[in-house]
Design a protein around this ligand. Sequence first.
Ligand code: PRX
Length: 634
Amino acid sequence: MKYIVKNLPEYFKFQDKALNSPEEFWGDIASTFVWKKKWDNVLNADMVNADIKWFEGGQLNITENCIDRHLKDRGEETAIIFEPNSPTEKAQHISYNQLSVEVNKIANVLRSQGIEKGDRICIYLPMIPELAYTMLACARIGAIHSVIFAGYSSTAIASRVNDAACKMVICADGSYRGTKEINLKSLVDKALENCPSVESVLVIKRTNGEVSMQSNRDFYLEELMQETQTICKPAVMDAEDPLFILYTSGSTGTPKGMVHTTGGYMVYTAHTFANVFQYKEKDIYWCTADIGWITGHSYILYGPLLNGATTIIYEGVPSYPDHNRFWEIVEKHKVNQFYTAPTAIRSLAKQDIKHVEKHDLSSLKVLGSVGEPINVEAWNWYYHHIGKERCPIVDTWWQTETGGILISPIPFTTPTKATFATFPLLGIQPVLMDDEGVEQEGNLTSGNLCIKKPWPGIARTVWNNHQRYKDTYFSAYPGYYFSGDAALRDPAGYYRITGRVDDVVIVSGHNLGTAPIENTINEQTIVAESAIVGYPHEVKGNALFGFITLKHEISSEEQENLKTAINEAIADQIGPIAKLSKIQFTVSLPKTRSGKIMRRILRKIAANELDNLGDTSTLLNPEAVQAIIDNRTD
Ligand code: PRX
């Protein structure tokens, strides 16, 4: 891999090249991969019209780069370590040779089921090796995978499957999560009652629980694999052919199916993985995210495998069978790079420190954080207790839309600073905008975080809705990518992400749009209207507070029942992660004179910042604010 940063002068030198000669810079990196045909142009982008292409004319298959090219020299090296939910079940070490066999066989199964290049396949699986195999099998034959996090409800599955008109669903019979066993197949069955595009369902056995199999539609993957060949000729993909769709919440409307394409995503995830984790041959790398999120796509699967790394897939949760599980896994597999989310750090920091102290964590070299701002206490705990003040923390800022990390320290190069994501990675030019769209010059400033130049990993469109892509990311500041986050720049030029500026709330590292939750609540016949806001939460970072106006008064017992019904509806239609932690029934909601709900004030009330409400006199109904404050129940 080229341009791996070893010290700060080198960082500045490479950054200069990446920003001033991006075609040469990214072309050099891309040349280290296997291509069937070299590209004609490295970059062809129009940021005003949201039309971005990298490595146009190039042809490749990403699985040849993730698997085949490693077989000659490191075929017997471990590609994936699978650590099951239960510590009593043996971990599996899957070599690159084995990975190749599994992926090729499944790819042949997919072809035999009539899947062709460009078809969409929904994958709804727990964190088991087959999740990696099936994603790579899709990529092998040019099918577009759309992974849905296996905690999502039937309604969420159906809407995503329909949006992409998936032809096939791959699921497991069930999943293990801590003490729970969840029947995933029944959730899929329910979803598919409303999904006319799906022709077949492949089922992977994990729990061996009871499932109903619909004849001519549902097949056990294991059975179909028995007769298949272990070689599957990779499809030849254009660099800009879609590799996958991954849904992310927006502040309004349905989730957006972000489309990532083949060549640019490959180059960007591979390069950023190598730089941000400073991965060395034989290192053991563990990212605790779920592959159902972008972190897992880019930094459990593609980034590590493109580097020939050993990556851990952990099926379970941090608290099972008890709170030392993460540290036990670090010790057991001698993990060198450990990448997790602030919400996990906060919940583990609350436990007795003996859980950490009884384990040998001396293998650790680099610690990572992702998904939400990390608070000072969590950063310090991570640094002192897990890293023993030896391991740099890479606080990595990025998004589903960006494909890979954009702002992060380079370990052993960039001095770290608690809560700061520090410098942009190579080729990334962040800018901070004021509300008028003026770039803030110099340091010691703040504003809305935009990116000025295209990078290879950026999502190219929203599936079936390019206008929405353009409107969401390129219209606030024409010519710039707008992230939806605010940030500040300190005197040294370090960036600190301060949070979302739209109606997306990040709960335990998961993006939740408030509009779909409000729509679900408003479906209850007694509800007149509702407003959801985030408020600070000790472990989750943010939790959801619902202010809900009812059409008529009800008894306190009925109120309790309604709260339960609302959270059940949310769990059913969106997923349990979107449940409200607090609900307050209100007589009315504060509104502007044009009738818009003043969420800013509700946010302050939810956060208990009552002496800092700002001017409420211009509201249509200032009395609503006082009534809400007077009726607070906690
Ligand atoms: O608000 C930022 C926050 O997570 C959002 C992106 O969420 P998602 O698309 O689900 O991707 C998460 C994993 C990359 C961002 O807009 N975020 C992500 N990383 C950080 C962060 N906020 C602060 N610091 C971070 N390191």
